[in-house]
Design a protein around this ligand. Structure first.
Ligand SMILES: NC(=O)c1ccc[n+]([C@@H]2O[C@H](COP(=O)([O-])OP(=O)(O)OC[C@H]3O[C@@H](n4cnc5c(N)ncnc54)[C@H](O)[C@@H]3O)[C@@H](O)[C@H]2O)c1
Length: 379
């Protein structure tokens, strides 16, 4: 039998054509570690010009772009100067968490589309101020959660949406590392604002909240600690001395729709994982295996538990492969943002959803400080 005959049963993959007649002018605000991934993804896109960049550390932006041979990129030492002097279509905000809100608000006020790195910001008040600027601007704002591009993550939502699990009433999520405390700007309140909560906690919340349609959080009883980050036995002594954020957090969260969420996250602890993510419904349950190095990824096949014809059965969902062709989740995050600008689409990861994610992180911090449950009051 010829290939032509056999191939009629194989769906032909249609490559999406990129329209290069309109090029988008991008700026990068903050040229540290994650900006590298942004630039590498943007450089793969034939309809994007990386026009300008800014970093508050003198000379850092220039040196950053020259590493990529991008010597024509105009560089500034403040994001405000970049926004004043450049006519950009979009910016990627790659600064540390504490300056996310100011940079995003200023960019939106300047009429520029914004891809804002995760976590959205540090507090609920900041998130609300960003959303106010977004509404007044007519610009697109998307938050940088690249696991949303993962087909396995998308499958979690498809399973919940299919109704196979029935009504969802309990979720256990989170994850963490036995030892994996970052350094640089991640470990100080003055730059990061929050620690493991903002670095990896926001991912695990997004995984389950997106799956169940982001119900409104109602109350949170939270706990946080820093027994490992501050201890020179477990952290480099210089980093331990300046460490003043959380390295572990846990919370019991009530959500609208009579759903409870049991959450925990760790940069360091004396166990390999605090458990898999599980979603319990009235008709079935889903297990999402945890990975040892939690960063928004899945540690194995998704497993569904149900009763079928009176028998308790379990089955696995075959995992989807990575996109391949050198085109990863980060590239898809940038591509989907550019496509949304060009085609006037909804933001790939909208602020209206991530507001609830941020409000939970913020409520965990508040509750941990007060030592009791707090209400989440959102307009
Ligand atoms: N999506 C992901 O996979 C991922 C991975 C790592 C980090 N991040 C996020 O990216 C952000 C940055 O992380 P990083 O590791 O690159 O940090 P970093 O400290 O390496 O880089 C941040 C840079 O921003 C600069 N900066 C701060 N305020 C500024 C301002 N107002 N204008 C211009 N520059 C400013 C700093 O000088 C620094 O060079 C964090 O919010 C982090 O959570 C996301």
């Amino acid at each position: 039998m010829s290939d032509a005959v056999l191939n009629q049963f194989t769906p032909q993959k249609k490559e999406k054509q990129i329209d290069t007649s309109k090029k988008l002018k991008f700026g990068i605000i903050g040229t540290g570690w994650i900006a590298e991934s942004h630039v590498e993804s943007l450089m793969k896109m034939p309809d994007v010009i990386i026009a300008a960049g800014a970093d508050i550390i003198p000379g850092k932006a220039k040196e950053f772009f020259s590493r990529y041979g991008l010597n024509d990129v105009r560089c500034y030492e403040s994001h405000t100067e970049l926004l004043e002097k450049e006519e950009l279509d979009a910016v990627c905000i790659c600064t540390y968490n504490k300056t996310h809100a100011q940079c995003a608000i200023d960019a939106l006020n300047a009429g520029v589309h914004v891809l804002l790195e995760k976590p959205m910001c540090v507090t609920t008040e900041e998130a609300l101020a960003i959303i106010e600027a977004e509404k007044a601007s007519n610009c697109l704002l998307s938050i940088g959660f690249q696991p949303r591009m993962d087909k396995n993550m998308q499958m979690i939502k498809k399973i919940v949406d299919s109704g196979e699990l029935g009504k969802i009433y309990y979720i256990q999520t989170g994850g963490g590392r036995r030892r994996g405390i970052p350094n640089s700007t991640f470990i100080e309140e003055k730059t990061a604002g929050i620690g493991a909560l903002g670095d990896i906690g926001c991912y695990s919340l997004d995984m389950v909240l997106n799956a169940i349609g982001y119900p409104k959080p109602l109350t949170v009883s939270g706990y946080k600690s820093a027994y490992f980050g501050t201890n020179p036995k477990y952290n480099n002594p210089e980093d331990a001395a300046r460490f003043d954020v959380d390295d572990f957090a846990a919370a019991f969260i009530r959500l609208e729709g009579d759903i409870v969420l049991d959450f925990r996250i760790a940069w360091a602890m004396h166990i390999d994982t605090p458990g898999d993510t599980i979603i319990l419904g009235t008709e079935g349950a889903l297990r999402i295996p945890s990975t040892e190095c939690w960063n928004g990824s899945i540690g194995g096949p998704l497993k569904i538990y149900k009763d079928v014809a009176g028998k308790q059965v379990e089955f696995e969902i075959p995992p989807e492969a990575e996109p391949g062709d050198g085109w990863g989740l980060f590239d898809m995050k940038l591509r989907s943002f550019a496509d949304a600008i060009k085609e006037n689409l909804e933001p790939p990861v909208p602020s209206s959803q991530i507001l609830y994610n941020q409000a939970i992180l913020d409520a965990i911090v508040r509750s941990a400080k007060l030592g009791h449950e707090v209400e989440v009051n959102l307009p």
